[in-house]
Design a protein around this ligand. Structure first.
Ligand SMILES: [Zn+2]
Length: 223
């Protein structure tokens, strides 16, 4: 049982545990050509958030990974069989309810770890940031944090080399939550805060998470 994964832990563990930062992994349910599963984005969101949280937790960060949202925006593929579209307006309602809980319970930082290109939470988080002024909200797009050209021979888009390398590796890897090659742990974090769009420089996604909860003294929150 990993204490930083809400879906695995229990109330005995969480009751007296202080959490500073919640991570909300967000995927999609959509076709990925003929060879990758509909859950590919959701698998990525699960694994990358879990591994990032593990690194942060072991550095002393009080982080909790919420259950992954499996439905994303698929308005561009509405004709693809069993692509399950969730509209941005619905995502806003989901986010508002989750943020309301976190805000009420004093968990004042939320990272949405987005693993689907059709999702974009910036505007939603900007709006909710005004409504919940005590919350620090940001999104991290996993596919923007590394230059894929440094890792893959063939550039592309959906269900491409990046998807292959990542997902095949994850699916073949028997240890949940581990990415031993580490190449999908980003070294340039792109985050969008609720108080503007200033990028936050970081070494990796886990550094971003560490930054968010303030255990890395080199990183200060931008104004
Ligand atoms: Zn996708």
């Amino acid at each position: 049982m990993r204490p930083y994964i809400l879906a695995e832990t229990n109330y005995k563990t969480t009751r007296d545990q202080q959490y500073d930062l919640a991570i909300l992994p967000w995927g999609a349910t959509e076709a990925h050509n003929y060879h990758l599963p509909y859950s590919a984005d959701t698998i990525e969101a699960d694994r990358i958030s879990a591994e990032s949280a593990r690194v942060a937790w072991e550095k002393g960060a009080k982080v909790i990974v919420l259950p992954t949202i499996p439905f994303g925006v698929n308005t561009g593929q509405y004709d693809i069989k069993l692509d399950i579209n969730m509209y941005p307006s619905t995502q806003m309602i989901v986010l508002k309810d989750i943020i309301e809980v976190l805000n009420r319970q004093g968990i004042n930082k939320l990272v949405v770890l987005n693993c689907h290109g059709g999702n974009d939470f910036r505007q939603i988080l900007r709006e909710l940031g005004v409504r919940f002024p005590d919350m620090f909200l940001c999104q991290v797009n996993f596919y923007q944090v590394l230059d894929r050209k440094d890792y893959f021979d063939e550039d592309g888009d959906h269900a491409d080399d990046t998807d292959h390398g990542d997902r095949h590796h994850q699916l073949d890897n028997g240890e949940p939550g581990t990415l031993p090659h580490g190449r999908f742990l980003p070294d340039r974090s792109t985050t969008t805060g609720d108080r503007g769009s200033a990028p936050i420089a970081g070494d990796a996604a886990h550094d971003c998470l560490t930054f968010m909860i303030g255990t890395n003294p080199e990183n200060q929150r931008p104004n």
